[in-house]
Design a protein around this ligand. Structure first.
Ligand code: B12
Ligand code: SF4
Length: 518
């Protein structure tokens, strides 16, 4: 069998990092690890090709070569995915769709011949056999969530590694918390399952052998979902880095209670973690309680963020507007919080009710669901009826973006963060290579695009001057953040300039009418 694995295109969003990646000469942030894992699970005798449309074109001759097409994706890739499925159908080519999108949207909408809901490890052998025999069913659903020990080494040979800015490795799936809006726990469960440490090291060895020397994103839903296992991995990562004298650094996602565990933060620092994405959601305690994000309550959120930053880890934050508890002062409170937090990359989004979540089910019962949404919470369209006037909510959301991504506000946050990473007296500075081959190009491009032609060039030069005089210990991080800021400024300008479309259709939207029943 010739299996063609295809990853659909992402639309341009805050999360695409498009305007920062172009500085590095990269086309996408990360490769499609789900498909690389599926490829490794398919029979060894099959021939495999992978086309990630975010970094290369899908050619007719790839389709002509294939006996079957396997697609993965997120809800946000729906449009591109359906387009590819239709292109395959027109050629009589069978399609199989899996990944998170298969848990969010009904089979009829995705139009694929076969759908796979859930994780592939335990069911792929049966699917492959049925495909070979021509007896494949229309829907396959994993009976249970597999142990991660059976997850194979992803097939790295299928991707064009140099087109991505970051490589990815997964240690665990699932998260023990129970936030109402979250679909992670619906898809991957609430009991964190981890790979063996040796599996992760084998994946890093594979990356190193292929020549990778840059950042690695540990793409866990919550890296500290099982703290004991996280500590075990950190110790092994520190040893691995020492042994190989590598410049790998790690990025991950975690819950805010990381701030309660100094031992874990220290181990993460020693393991080479430089950034961590946290779901902070809102500075309003009543909103956190209402969405059941209890791990973020009864604490000073600002102190928790500062504690993590003091271990040299940049905090990236997820924030949500549109909770039922939000009042009109939420926009000012959000901006004030973000500015005081020293979080440069603040992903502020409008609440989305993703199909399959507890939130979707509640709003459905309350008759407030408008449609299945578009999977992008940084676009200004709502898929449910909010408590606050919808137009005010969207207007407020736009004003938050405008204020936090003005050049002056953004660089203020970067400086606050950098000031918190100053090595304590007596502490040995970690050897940070700031001028690598990759970022030398970004540095030159940044000077030209941001310093010469940029609209915010005065804030930019003021920032560089401060870095040169006060933050020489972290020039690399400062330059990376300057480049990231460019992406957020361009995206914010685009969002603000976009013609305002009606945010709320008059009644139940199309997908709701097609029977999305929560
Ligand atoms: C890394 C990551 C990213 C990366 C991009 C990675 C990439 N190249 O795709 C970044 C940071 C850019 C990103 C961005 C976004 N992401 Co994201 N991301 C992840 C994360 C943390 C890991 C993805 C991964 O590599 N997983 C590891 C692989 C092995 O798991 P997997 O893909 O699920 O694959 C398994 C199964 O699903 C199945 N499978 C997968 N594909 C297929 C195909 C076939 C044919 C078969 C048989 C089986 C199969 O088998 C695999 C092995 O078991 C996931 C969470 C998660 N646990 O996966 C969220 C996740 C995929 N992201 C999500 C979201 C919402 C987003 C954003 C839209 C954020 C936003 N709020 O706007 C943006 C969109 C990007 C954009 N440009 O706009 C959601 C998607 C929800 C959904 N139902 O669609 C997830 C699930 C997190 C969540 N909150 O629920 N993301
Ligand atoms: S902490 Fe994050 S991953 Fe865990 S349930 Fe809440 S939103 Fe989902």
């Amino acid at each position: 069998m010739n299996a063609l694995l295809i990853y659909p295109e992402f639309p341009e969003t805050f999360w695409s990092f498009k305007y920062a990646l172009s500085f590095l000469g990269k086309r996408a942030a990360q490769p499609p690890l789900g498909l690389m894992t599926v490829a490794a699970l398919l029979p060894g005798a099959w021939n495999k090709r992978l086309v990630d449309i975010n970094v290369e074109r899908l050619r007719d001759r790839d389709l002509a070569w294939a006996d079957v097409v396997l697609l993965s994706g997120m809800h946000i890739q729906r449009e591109s995915l359906i387009g590819i499925v239709e292109r395959c159908r027109a050629r009589g080519l069978r399609t199989v769709v899996g990944g998170p999108i298969a848990s969010s949207l009904p089979a009829a909408e995705l139009k694929a011949d076969h759908m796979v809901i859930g994780e592939a490890e335990a069911l792929i052998a049966g699917l492959a056999r049925d495909l070979e025999e021509g007896t494949a069913k229309s829907v396959y659903e994993a009976a249970e969530r597999p142990q991660m020990e059976i997850s194979p080494l992803p097939d790295l040979s299928l991707i064009r590694m140099n087109r991505y800015s970051t490589m990815t490795v997964q240690y665990s799936r699932g998260c023990p918390f129970n936030c109402e809006f979250c679909d992670i726990i619906e898809i991957y469960g609430r009991r964190p399952r981890t790979k063996a440490v040796a599996q992760v090291l084998a994946e890093l060895d594979q990356l190193r052998a292929a020549g990778w020397r840059e950042s690695v994103f540990i793409v866990d839903d919550n890296f500290i979902g099982n703290k004991a296992r996280a500590k075990e991995l950190c110790v092994a990562l520190a040893e691995w880095r020492d042994q190989h004298k590598t410049s790998f650094d790690f990025i991950t996602e975690a819950s805010l209670n990381l701030a309660d565990d100094p031992e874990l933060m220290q181990l993460m620092k020693e393991a080479g973690f430089t950034s961590v994405f946290l779901g902070i959601e809102t500075p309003d305690e009543s909103g956190l309680v209402a969405c059941n994000k209890l791990q973020n309550t009864r604490r000073s959120l600002l102190d928790s963020v500062a504690a993590i930053q003091s271990y040299g880890m940049q905090v990236m934050g997820g924030f949500i507007l549109g909770f039922d508890t939000d009042r009109e002062d939420i926009f000012d409170r959000m901006v004030e919080f973000i500015q005081k937090s020293g979080i440069p990359i603040a992903m502020v989004g409008l609440l989305q009710a993703m199909p399959g979540t507890q939130l979707f089910r509640r709003l459905w019962k309350e008759g407030r669901i408008l449609d299945a949404g578009h999977g992008d919470n940084t676009a200004d369209k709502l898929n449910f009826l909010p408590h606050m006037d919808a137009a005010k909510l969207v207007e407020g959301y736009r004003s938050v973006l405008q204020r936090i991504y003005s050049g002056a506000a953004y660089y203020e946050r970067v400086k606050l963060y950098l000031s918190r990473t100053q090595p304590k007296s007596g502490e040995r500075m970690s050897k940070q290579r700031w001028l690598t081959r990759g970022n030398a190009r970004a540095f030159v491009t940044s000077i030209v695009r941001q310093g010469v032609f940029g609209r915010q060039r005065w804030s930019y030069w003021k920032f560089l001057l401060t870095v040169a005089t006060r933050y020489r210990h972290c020039v690399g991080a400062a330059m990376t953040l300057a480049v990231m800021g460019h992406h957020f400024q361009v995206m914010t300008d685009k969002l603000l300039r976009a013609v305002k479309t009606p945010m709320l259709p008059g009644g139940m939207g199309d997908q709701a009418a097609q029977g999305i029943d929560g």
